[in-house]
Every structure is written in C-alpha cells, then in structure tokens.
Ligand binder design. Structure first.
Ligand SMILES: [Zn+2]
Length: 238
C-alpha cells in the first residue's frame, strides 16, 4: 500500500504542476490583450490629434480665403476711389476699405493663434508617434517572450501528460478511480499529507488514532473533514 500511496503522491504532483501551467497559459491571452489595448489607445489618441490638426488647418485656410476676398474688395474699392463724384461717396468708400483692413488685421491675429495651435498639435502628434513606435517594439518583444514562454509551457504540458500516463498505469484501477473522483469533486489536491495531526488539505486535526493507522500504511484513509485521500508524511527535523 505504501508504494501505491507514493505513486499517488507522484501523480498528484503531476496534476498540481499541470494545473499551474494551465493557469499560466490562460493568463497568456490576457497579457497579450492588455498589450494590444495599450497600443490601440495610442492609435486612438493619435488619430484624434490628427483629426483636430486637420480642423485647425482647414480653419486656417478658410481665413486665408477670407483675407484674399477682403483684399480683392479693398482693391476694387481703391480703383473706384478715383472715379467717385461726391465727397460723401468718397468717404463711404474709404470707410468701407478701412473696415475691411481692420477685419483683415483681426483675421491675421486669429491666424497667428491658429498657427501656434497647429504647431503644438503637430509636435504632440510627432511625440506620440515616437512613443507609439517605441511601445510597438517593446510590445513586439514582450509578445515574443510570452509566446516563447507559452511554447515551453505547452512542451512541459505534454511531458506531464506522458508522465501521467506512465504513473497512472502503475496505480491499481480502483484506487485511480477514487483519486479521479476526488480530483473532480474537490478543488485542490486529491491526496494530501498529514503533518503532525493536521490535514494539509483543510487544516483540521484528524483523530490521533487515525494518525497511528496512517503511519502503518496498511490501508487507504480519507480525511474525515475534507474527504481527501490522506497519507502520513514524516516531519523533517532540522
Ligand atoms: Zn482534510
């Protein structure tokens, strides 16, 4: 019986390791997703900045057109100045030209402000693009190492599968069946050591008589509290 129990303990180690690797593999897709999210938030931010840059440039061009049109009107007005008959008409024309010049002055002020904003936005885009490129390379490297790691994990997993097959073949079928049943029904390990009189599966104290029986390794025992298979493990003294 002792040998069978030791084999079960080995099987449990394989199961525990398998679970651990599966947890890591499940995390891989989460990790990759969060890296992609970091990249795409940059992409969104850059395209928003580019959009506002286009709006600013369009505004700037519109103002340029306004100035052109005003200048044309001003020039026409100037041409007409020589031909006017009355002083009143002359004054009105001058006033109109003056107003348009003032308008142009204000538009030019506005264009200067826009120019600053365009420059700032462009700088911001350039900076973000630089950061994005760096991040992209970083993410690429990280992904490579994650993928590398998960390949190793897959390899380890298939090694564990092989080992499980071999070990399982060494265990009596009904014992293996019990082990599987506990494994399917109770989370965590199916077979746990008793240390002192404490079950390592549930931390409860088992009856002292049970511990004495366990030490003999004559029969299979179950924890009366968590129903896992239990076995006696020598306390290491150091
Ligand atoms: Zn227990």
């Amino acid at each position: 019986m002792k040998e069978q129990i030791e084999t079960l303990v080995k099987l449990q180690k394989i199961e525990t390791e398998t679970n651990h690797i599966n947890t890591i593999l499940n995390e891989v897709s989460n990790k990759i997703n969060s890296l992609d999210t970091r990249l795409s938030s940059y992409e969104i931010s850059i395209s928003q900045a580019e959009e506002s840059l286009n709006i600013l440039k369009k505004k700037y061009r519109d103002l340029e057109t306004d100035i052109d049109m005003n200048n044309q009107t001003i020039n026409k007005g100037k041409d007409r100045l020589n031909g006017v008959k009355t002083n009143k008409e002359y004054q009105a024309l001058l006033k109109g030209i003056d107003e348009l010049n003032k308008k142009n002055f204000n538009i030019e002020e506005e264009m200067l402000t826009l120019m600053d904003q365009i420059e700032q936005t462009q700088n911001d885009i350039d900076k973000q693009k630089d950061e994005y490129e760096n991040l992209k390379q970083e993410v690429h490297k990280e992904k490579q190492s994650i993928i590398q790691g998960s390949r190793q994990a897959q390899k380890k997993l298939s090694e564990l599968d092989n080992a499980r097959g071999k070990i399982s073949a060494m265990i009596a079928p009904d014992l293996l069946k019990k082990f599987q049943m506990i494994k399917d029904q109770i989370p965590g390990p199916a077979i746990v050591p008793i240390k002192g009189i404490v079950c390592e599966g549930c931390n409860m104290n088992i009856p002292p008589q049970m511990r004495n029986d366990l030490k003999k390794f004559e029969s299979l025992k179950f924890c009366p509290f968590c129903y896992r298979l239990i076995y006696w493990e020598e306390q290491k003294t150091d």
